[in-house]
Each structure stands twice: as C-alpha cells, then as structure tokens.
Design a protein around this ligand. Structure first.
Ligand SMILES: C[S@@+](CC[C@H](N)C(=O)[O-])C[C@H]1O[C@@H](n2cnc3c(N)ncnc32)[C@H](O)[C@@H]1O
Length: 220
C-alpha cells in the first residue's frame, strides 16, 4: 500500500480510500482490508477526480477537514470518495438539479453525515446561498454544460475562501464538437486565468473519460 495524497492510497495499483462506512458498499466497489483498515477501491473509469489522480495530477487539495461545494454531485459516486477523505470534520455541500439523480443520492448521504444534498440549479446561486452557510476550501464542478466554466467561476466568487481551489471537470463535447478537445480545454483554462486563478495543473482524462479535461486552479 502506498499513499498518493493524504487519504488517497494505491493498493495493488488500484486507487482507494479508507471506507468511512465499514462493511458498506453502495456502488458495487471492492472492499479490501489492509493492516486492519477497510478500504474502498475507487474506479477512475467512473470518476473524473479519480482519473485525474491516476493521470498524475500534481496536487489534490481535498484532505481531512476540507469544506467542499460540489456542483453536479449526481448519484454521489465521486462525492462518496471525497466524503471518505474529508472525514467527520469536513463537509461537502452537493448541488444537483436532476430529481432522478437526487433520489439516487439520498441513500448515499443517509449513511454519510458529512454530505449535505441540495436540489438546485448551480446557475441559481440565490436558491442555495443560505444553505451553504460557510466559505469553502474547494469548489468542485462537474456539470457538463456549455457554460460550465462560467458557472464554476460565479460559484467560486460567492463561496470560495481566498486562496481556495477550483477543481473543474470539462466535458468538451458540451462546449464545441467541432474543435479538438485539448483546444477547448485550453480556452476554458484561459477563462479561469482571466477570472484571477492560478493554474496548478491540468490533465486530459483519456483513456478513462473520452473528450474530458480536468483543471486544478487556485484563487489569487
Ligand atoms: C457528469 S454528471 C456528474 C457525475 C459526478 N460528478 C460523479 O463523478 O459522480 C453531471 C451532473 O451534473 C448535473 N447538472 C448539470 N447541470 C447542472 C446544473 N446547472 N445545476 C446542478 N446540477 C447540474 C447533471 O444532472 C448530472 O447529474
């Protein structure tokens, strides 16, 4: 077993986190016990954050105690691993606008008290401004919309602490199908820089996610 980042491990070359709900798996993931601790295998084919780690992203700013605003939490697959990492002293506010995904998410958050699900559109900050009651360390955005970068930046301006991080998954097909994915990602990166962020690292996510990029940026 090797630690890749705080709370994130490689066991037999597979990504894993310590299971904060021992004995419980919700997504059919493998559970492995090493040195008396139960770990959940984290499949990078199902998670852009997982794919970015396996592709060698330089830094991973989410750690024990982090407060995260997660836009596009869906059924909570990636969020469940982030919940393992942040532990009981951290908090993840998860915004999702699809009723169907939100219903799938509920059994996941029932077992994880550090995730607060919010049924809302990430474009409508006013609708959840009073629910996200603190400034966050990280805005994580994976919403696959044409204006995904602009939405992420607006949420950062409202909720991110000074020197906080933006983690942005970019589905290039939602933005422009005519240009190369890398070109589209570079243009989105330029918007992030123009908004006052410093780019820490970015990766294209092939072969785990086709036509997706992942950007890690720091405010200020
Ligand atoms: C690619 S999926 C996210 C997968 C998830 N991040 C994971 O790794 O487990 C994108 C999600 O964003 C949601 N979404 C898209 N636009 C949104 C918006 N404007 N506000 C809130 N959720 C949105 C979709 O309903 C969908 O569930």
């Amino acid at each position: 077993m090797k630690q890749i980042f705080p709370g994130i491990y490689s066991i037999n070359n597979k990504l894993a986190t310590v299971n904060s709900t021992p004995g419980l798996k919700i997504f059919g993931e493998f559970l492995i016990t090493v040195e008396g601790k139960e770990f959940r295998q984290w499949d990078p084919n199902r998670s852009k954050a997982g794919a970015a780690i396996v592709k060698g992203i330089k830094e991973f700013p989410i750690k024990e105690g982090s407060v995260i605003l997660y836009l596009g939490i869906a059924h909570g697959f990636t969020a469940s691993y982030l919940s393992d990492i942040i532990g009981s002293t951290g908090m993840l506010y998860g915004v999702e606008f699809s009723d169907r995904c939100f219903n799938d998410l509920l059994p996941v958050v029932e077992k994880r008290s550090n995730i607060l699900p919010i049924l809302a559109d990430a474009r409508m900050i006013e609708d959840y401004k009073n629910t996200v009651i603190e400034k966050v360390d990280v805005v994580y955005c994976d919403i696959a919309q044409r204006d995904q970068t602009e939405i992420a930046i607006r949420n950062c301006k409202e909720f991110l602490k000074p020197k906080g991080y933006l983690m942005l998954a970019i589905k290039t097909q939602s933005i422009d199908v005519t240009r190369s994915s890398k070109e589209v990602v570079k243009e989105e990166i330029e918007k992030v820089v123009q908004a006052g962020f410093k780019i820490i690292d970015w990766k294209m996510l092939e072969p785990f996610e086709d036509k997706h990029g992942f950007v890690l940026a720091k405010m200020g």
